[in-house]
Design a binder for this molecule. Sequence first.
Ligand SMILES: C[S@@+](CC[C@H](N)C(=O)[O-])C[C@H]1O[C@@H](n2cnc3c(N)ncnc32)[C@H](O)[C@@H]1O
Length: 356
Amino acid sequence: MAENLKGLFFGFLRQKLFAIDFLSLKSNRCSYFFSKDTPKSRQLGTLILGSQNLKFWKNSLTENMFKFIVTNETLFFRLSKTSLLSNFFMLNLSSLKNIEKQSEFDEVIKGFRYGDVTGKETYVGRFVELDKDIINILENGMSVHDVGCSTGITSLEFFKLSAKHNLELKFTISDKFTSLFISKGLIKAIFDSNGVIKQIYFLNILLDQHLSPIFFLSKLLFKLLFQAKIKAISSKDTLKVSLLAPEVKKYEEAEKLSVIEYDIFKGNSEKYDFIRCMNVLNRSYFSNECIKSGLQTLLSSIKTDGYLLLGRTTDKRVNKATLYKKTDTSICCIKKYNGGCEIEDLLLRAFKEINL
Ligand SMILES: C[S@@+](CC[C@H](N)C(=O)[O-])C[C@H]1O[C@@H](n2cnc3c(N)ncnc32)[C@H](O)[C@@H]1O
């Protein structure tokens, strides 16, 4: 019992010391305190407890209204495991290149908000059961387009499965953001290939207009510094960071699959035999009108007698999706998975409108 209480106490204390150190932005010491129950940490803890300042430290993170940038990936993963603190930190985008383990890459990408409203969450094995079924309708020489692929890891899994089935497919995978750019200097702008600023790093503080309202200082400062940083992005002195999973990059370099930047609301002139669009056109992200417009882009880029797989993964990791076939006069359901796609009404309306 005494041992349990002691464990609880030091666990709690470590979290506070962590917060203190982050406020003073000394991330190495922070990691030291987090990992060790040392005489020094105990001494400092007693001091804080003695001065009855615990409440102050407890609230220091939740009330500082800032989100912080962590550059050291080891420290970042330690922080991620601490529920109290994980929401207050994001990995520095420039450290993404140091992460090779796919599960860690997935975890970091999930925390990045560069997909704007959609986020970028994806993970290994997400569509395994769908892939096994869909592979049977594909034939040699077909062209495949995975839209909104995030890191591309689920596209790669599908590609590997098709290779196992000796299928030679022309694979294109796309996302609105496949890479981002970081300007140099004390105040860094993170921007996309169109020069749109997504976030600003001010020292170790993350400024982002899309953060939740509790980080209102991070949101406010973003607006204040936004104009100033517009100049910075015109400078050529920037770092490009790929958002693709390391293994996907290797396949791209080997020209086994092609990666393009593609906005579902703009499209391109290519047509494909099979399009997959999972977890992009969700009602929780976009209005019905927007979804309809995205669906029209997709429909226009499917070849006659081509296929569309459309759907969403629920919080319980269930893929509610439908496989459709497009002919010149119809878009019809071939197969529903787990109740089917939830935006079928919009798909049918979108098809009707482009065929009027
Ligand atoms: C939640 S992730 C889904 C990733 C993957 N399809 C999956 O289901 O695992 C949504 C992705 O859609 C991308 N996205 C957001 N808006 C987009 C747009 N207008 N056009 C294309 N992709 C977009 C985001 O960048 C993000 O990578």
